[in-house]
Write a protein that binds this ligand. Structure first.
Ligand SMILES: *Cc1c(COP(=O)(O)O)cnc(C)c1O
Length: 391
């Protein structure tokens, strides 16, 4: 008989009751070091006091009113995202897929407003993941996610990862935008070269198409800067955010420069829940934490030390690990055995990690981790790798 919860997820036999900072506690009292963080969602750790306070404080005042009215918490969050990014304006959603879907709609609407309704196609890169709606599935272009859900939504062209010439060659008279993750998450923790990102900016300007970044996973401080593209010293025209923006409360956002944002005229797009008072109160609290002086520098410092020690660990266990990849606290260990075997072994040792494409074990810990947590994780990884080598 089918379970009451639809069988879309292959789940581990673990149920958590409580979270505190970097740790999770199961209903039967076991403690885990959480380097999954809800897949890069609980960026400031579980039950951060500032987030708890923001959420419960707002819950006692007002939960929801509809975007028919002014929402001061939403305005404040938008103003702060604008002040701390390339963007001039923000639209709020509830999830990553919705945010990317909005970005795709914006690209079409912008080109239409420019007098180019024929420009509707979006170029994406192999290995991409942009969400599970029909359009974002097509944008991601992954066979395993598209199977059975055809026909595939029209309007997407995919090019090989990291090849600027092929991408430039794919830009045609119908191209509206380029959409990429500066650091691919689901695809296997694959960072795009900074020069490649700069090349995308140049190509977009040259051909009059929009450059759109999906920073749903790699944004919000994950790489040691507020947004991953900042490492390349360039700016996109549009960017999708979600995951860590709400620290575990569902919220997504599309940030855009004035041009594309202005195309989204009153009545052209909307969302019932997007940017409601509860979500935005929490989003503001997340920003309070991440924008605090020294926070991102600390992320960068902890991450660099972690990376160095991981490289040594990989070298010490050649039968288990091939290489380290990623940036900041978005790290991948490419495995020799099947990655799920390693994930399970680490789980037995008390460390939560998650698989990604390309046979990678992904680690996206809360950004508040300290050297001691890193050392604890390294010891578990070292022990697991030694045991797996003997098996
Ligand atoms: C998780 C993710 C999405 C989809 O977000 P949902 O909230 O699950 O819809 C889109 N893009 C990237 C890069 C992601 O990591």
């Amino acid at each position: 008989m089918i379970s009451p919860v639809m069988p879309t997820y292959g789940r581990f036999d673990l149920a958590f009751e409580r979270g505190e900072g970097v740790y999770l506690y199961t209903t039967d009292g076991r403690k885990f070091l959480d380097f999954v963080a809800g897949i890069a969602v609980t960026g400031v750790g579980h039950c951060h006091p500032k987030l708890v306070q923001a959420l419960s404080g707002q819950a006692e005042k007002l939960w929801h009113v509809s975007n028919l009215y002014e929402i001061p918490e939403q305005t404040r969050l938008a103003e702060r995202l604008v002040a701390n990014s390339f963007a001039d304006s923000v639209f709020f959603n509830n999830s990553g897929a919705e945010a990317v879907e909005t970005a795709i709609k914006m690209a079409r609407k912008y080109q239409d407003a420019q007098g180019h309704p024929e420009r509707y196609r979006v170029i994406t890169v192999q290995g991409a993941f942009h969400g599970r709606s029909l359009a974002t599935l097509a944008a991601g272009g992954q066979e395993k996610h598209l199977a059975g859900f055809g026909p595939v939504t029209e309007g997407f062209d995919q090019v090989p990862f990291g090849n600027l010439n092929e991408l430039r060659a794919a830009i045609g008279p119908e191209t509206a935008a380029i959409l990429v993750e500066p650091l691919q998450g689901e695809g296997g923790i694959r960072p795009m070269a900074l020069d490649y990102l700069r090349g995308l900016r140049k190509a977009a300007d040259e051909f009059g198409v929009l450059l759109m970044f999906d920073e749903v996973q790699c944004g919000m401080g994950r790489t040691g800067k507020l947004f991953a593209h900042e490492w390349a010293g360039i700016e996109p025209d549009v960017m999708a955010l979600a995951k860590a923006l709400g620290g575990g409360f569902p919220i997504g956002a599309v940030l855009a420069k004035e041009g594309p944002a202005a195309a989204m005229t009153a009545g052209s797009h909307g969302s019932t829940f997007g940017g409601n008072p509860l979500a935005c109160a929490v989003g503001n609290a997340v920003l309070d934490v991440i924008l605090e002086d020294g926070f991102l520098d600390r992320v960068d410092k902890v991450a660099r030390r972690f990376w160095k020690k991981l490289e040594a660990l990989v070298a010490a266990h050649p039968k288990i690990f091939e290489s380290v990849s990623g940036a900041g606290l978005m790290l991948g260990l490419k495995c020799v055995p099947e990655n799920i075997v390693v994930v399970k072994k680490l789980m037995d040792g008390g460390l939560l990690t998650v698989g990604a494409g390309d046979n990678v074990v992904r680690m996206v810990p809360p950004l508040i981790i300290e050297d001691s947590h890193v050392d604890e994780a390294l010891a578990i990884i070292d022990k697991a790798a030694s045991e797996l080598t003997k098996e």
